[in-house]
Design a protein around this ligand. Structure first.
Ligand SMILES: *Cc1c(COP(=O)(O)O)cnc(C)c1O
Length: 400
């Protein structure tokens, strides 16, 4: 405990005043369990914000990363590397996407997508540089991606902001269509709005946006930073809708905990850049690619996606059985292993996170007073039973 107090003191004095951290310092993990510096065990239903998709200390991931660290961690994109070639060969398989750009985060992947739209507009002289995004969306923390994010709280304090973004209400196809004026070159959406409350795009909305983008000859960009890499039971969430965007972005789960982002494109978007137009020092380095190769290989070449679907259905059943009729639960949403539980406004979601933590369960929050559940893909039925039981107990113990 004394060590935790010391760590908190250092953070408080020396880290920029950004994060409201939980009262815990983690030391190691194993499977879906995390252990803090006092040795307490927790079951993780948040996975470092939907990142640690294979759980902790996964033997194949640890082996690939440690072997690669012993060979080469970084060489820059001046040269070729085997792990990078293997990864882009898997991701840009030619049928769905033709070309990839590798970077280090979701925001950077989205920056690449935004720059593709701008490059096509300037090169063709079409003037189609504006990007339409949705209110309540989240696309990252760089200046361009906070501006793309349709939530003023993230962008307003950082004015002046880059221009060329336009916002429409989510899941409203008519509003989207009327926003597509001749200056618009792309529509950028999430299949499930993650940070603002796990709000899925309706089938008709996303399929309609796809068809409309086709008809207008503009690009559809899907930000799958959170929903991609298997999270919803398909490699990409858009597969549930039977569509393929022109550009997709990935990050969070892609490296199983090692930072990596990816922007994938097809058609004219894939060929927008010329040498020198865009770049990165670290992006696509052999270490990150070695990690992502393990994750992607497991998703594409084993039955992991089926496992995610099955575990996601079990999680849905349990949440519905235990919580759907609870007076403080307004809604249960999501797909696969990404779920949101919206609570009564009078019960702060963060207080539930703290109570769950004291019972040894890690969950997260997002948006409109919603609990966010995004466990590793290896989560077991017994762990799901335990989490839902504890959540029910906590909610039932609240008197207001
Ligand atoms: C987390 C997230 C981002 C930002 O990713 P970073 O790696 O934090 O830059 C962008 N878009 C979506 C949908 C996200 O969930």
């Amino acid at each position: 405990m004394e060590q935790l107090e010391k760590i908190k003191e250092i953070e408080k004095e020396k880290y920029m005043k950004l994060f409201r951290r939980q009262n815990v310092c983690f030391e190691r993990g194993e499977g879906c369990k995390l252990y803090d510096i006092s040795g307490h065990e927790y079951t993780d239903f948040f996975g470092g914000i939907a990142v640690n998709c294979l759980g902790y200390n996964h033997p194949d991931l640890v082996k690939a990363v440690s072997e690669q660290a012993g060979k080469l961690m970084h060489i820059s994109n001046m040269y070729y590397s085997v792990p990078q070639a293997e990864l882009i060969d898997r991701l840009a398989d030619g049928s769905t996407f033709e070309r990839a750009f590798l970077c280090n985060s979701g925001a950077e992947a989205n920056e690449c997508a935004i720059k593709i739209v701008r490059k096509l507009a300037s090169e063709s002289g079409s003037g189609k540089s504006t990007i339409v995004t949705a209110r309540e969306s989240f696309h990252g923390r760089t200046l361009a991606t906070v501006t793309a994010t349709g939530q003023e709280k993230y962008s307003a304090p950082f004015a002046p902001l880059p221009g060329g973004f336009k916002y429409v209400p989510f899941n409203d196809l008519e509003a989207l269509k009327s926003a597509v004026t001749p200056d618009v070159g792309a529509i950028m959406l999430e299949c499930i709005q993650g940070e603002s409350g796990i709000t899925p795009a309706s089938y008709d909305y996303l399929v309609g946006a796809y068809a409309f983008a086709r008809q207008k000859g503009i690009l559809l960009i899907l930000d799958e930073v959170q929903t991609g890499s298997g999270r919803t039971g398909k490699f990409y969430c858009f597969e549930h809708y039977g569509i393929t965007p022109d550009i997709v972005t990935l990050a969070k789960g892609l490296g199983g905990g090692v930072p990596i982002g990816c922007c994938l494109a097809r058609g004219e978007a894939a060929d927008a850049f010329r040498p020198g137009d865009h770049g990165t020092t670290f992006g696509g380095n052999p270490l990150a690619c070695a990690a992502a190769n393990v994750v992607v290989q497991k998703l594409l070449e084993t039955d992991l996606l089926d496992r995610i679907t099955e575990a996601g259905e079990y999680l849905s059943d349990k949440l519905n059985e235990k919580l759907a009729r609870h007076k403080f639960v307004l809604d249960i949403r999501g797909k696969g292993l990404l779920k949101g539980i919206q609570l009564d406004e009078r019960i702060p979601a963060l207080s539930i996170v703290g109570k769950m933590m004291s019972l040894g369960i890690i969950i997260g929050t997002c948006g409109h007073n919603t609990l966010r559940i995004a466990p590793p893909y290896i989560i077991s039925h017994a762990e799901i039973d335990d989490m839902t039981d504890k959540l029910e107990t906590i909610l039932s113990g609240i008197n207001i």
